[in-house]
Write a protein that binds this ligand. Structure first.
Ligand code: B12
Length: 379
């Protein structure tokens, strides 16, 4: 089958599968990627994501991942909301879970659909295919820009003129030589809304994200304690962050997402922090089954919930923190102490001596000591 016809068939199948856009690039379309990835890693902007340091040659160059590949098909699926995802930030007793996570895990949904599109390409073209959605070292954003889906905005996320900042991305590598589409150019202009709104100043410069300060990284990927200087900025965001995406002016052209398999799950939009603080491991897994939230595990999630409680300025939530000061997880105990101290210092003073006497973890002890002014060597 001629390459043009094959490409048309692939795009038609992609649309039938619910993708909002599908376009192609050549495997050599991102020559600037190796240096940019190297610079990002050299700055330490990946934080604890050690896996970003592995197979960097393959990540930055499709040909190094698969020598036989000739073309890349980049696909985008809209998850544009029909209401303001930042409205929840004003309800400080409720949890803000980012828009991408309040639904079935997009990896599962998109992977199946990519396989359908790739299957058609393999069958009709007699070619080999591989599909990726965060499953291999692939730089999806620069490839998507090269294929013309959009451009990497100043927040580093791909922005589309039709779908704003709300596209999930997926990739198909293939041995077929498909006619490439034109790349997209930058349409950010002088706008700096995404940089200005970031509550934790995670952008050292436009187009560069320091993950170590990004709320998405801190609440999802970061396995340890969250530095005190960043906690206040997290507000009530307990999983991911939508701020830089939601203020993008290009969102105004986006139609609300249609894909039913990615429909928002009822009841996850304004969960009371007090209810979340009570979740044990089985209850956590049951509540978030099938969503991306489940992957962080209960302890990290409750750490985030306690930071939100500490930021809530609602003394009635102090009991939720007090109930967790002897939790088995030091991540949880540390933030329970921090939240309690912020919301109800008098109650914290009462609990501090017993908590310190029972505490072996140095990080948790530090949270209490900062408040109780116990000398460092008093243990
Ligand atoms: C690691 C990762 C993260 C990390 C790091 C984010 C980042 N900016 O890379 C963390 C955990 C912080 C993260 C957060 C989020 N993520 Co994420 N993440 C990834 C992942 C797995 C790899 C990205 C990567 O390669 N980073 C490496 C660095 C080098 O890339 P970069 O920041 O884009 O750096 C570029 C710029 O610095 C640029 N650059 C440097 N100088 C200059 C100068 C100019 C002029 C220009 C134009 C560019 C430029 O060059 C670099 C390379 O392109 C991808 C999936 C994938 N395999 O691609 C998903 C992905 C990027 N994430 C995604 C999403 C949805 C999110 C969140 C929105 C989730 C949320 N709501 O909380 C946030 C967004 C935060 C943000 N502002 O980026 C989507 C984004 C979709 C899209 N439309 O772009 C992806 C593509 C997953 C997917 N399959 O859909 N993520």
């Amino acid at each position: 089958m001629k390459a043009e016809r094959l490409k048309r068939a692939v795009v038609a199948r992609a649309v039938a599968e619910g993708f909002s856009v599908a376009r192609t690039a050549s495997v050599d379309a991102i020559p600037e990627a190796p240096a940019r990835l190297a610079a990002w890693l050299a700055e330490g902007h990946h934080g604890d994501m050690g896996w970003m340091e592995e197979r960097t040659d393959q990540r930055a160059d499709p040909r190094k991942l698969w020598a036989q590949a000739k073309s890349v098909i980049m696909l985008g699926m809209s998850y544009a909301p029909d209401s303001d995802p930042l409205a929840i930030l004003a309800q400080t007793d409720k949890a803000a879970i980012s828009l991408y996570a309040r639904r079935r895990d997009y990896h599962d949904v998109i992977k199946g659909k990519l396989k359908s599109v790739a299957g058609l390409l393999a069958a009709q073209g007699g070619v080999d295919v591989k599909v990726f959605v965060d499953t291999a070292p692939v730089m999806e954003k620069p490839l998507a820009q090269a294929a013309g889906l959009g451009w990497q905005g100043k927040h580093s996320v791909l922005v589309s003129r039709e779908h704003g900042s709300w596209l999930f991305l997926g990739a198909i590598y293939t041995t077929a030589e498909l006619p490439p589409d034109a790349p997209e150019t930058d349409h950010c202009g002088s706008c700096t809304r995404c940089l200005d709104i970031c509550p934790t100043d995670a952008f050292p410069a436009p187009y560069q994200l320091d993950s170590r300060r990004c709320i998405a990284y801190l609440t999802i990927e970061h396995p340890g304690h969250i530095d005190e200087s960043l906690r206040a900025g997290i507000g009530n965001r307990v999983f991911g962050c939508d701020d830089c995406l939601a203020v993008c002016p290009w969102n105004k052209f986006a139609q609300a997402a249609q894909e039913t398999r990615l429909a928002l799950r009822d009841g996850l939009d304004a969960l009371p922090l007090a209810d979340l603080a009570r979740l044990d491991d089985p209850a956590f897994r049951a509540l978030f089954a099938g969503t991306p939230v489940k992957r962080t595990g209960r302890d990290r999630f409750i750490r985030n919930v306690l930071i939100a409680i500490g930021n809530s300025a609602r003394p009635e939530l102090a009991e939720s923190a007090a109930a967790l000061v002897s939790d088995p997880s030091p991540l949880v105990r540390a933030m329970a102490a921090w939240a309690l101290i912020r919301l109800a210092p008098a109650r914290a003073l009462v609990l501090a001596p017993a908590a310190l006497a029972a505490e072996n973890d140095a990080d948790v002890r530090r949270e209490w000591r900062a408040f109780a002014a116990e000398p460092e060597n008093a243990s």
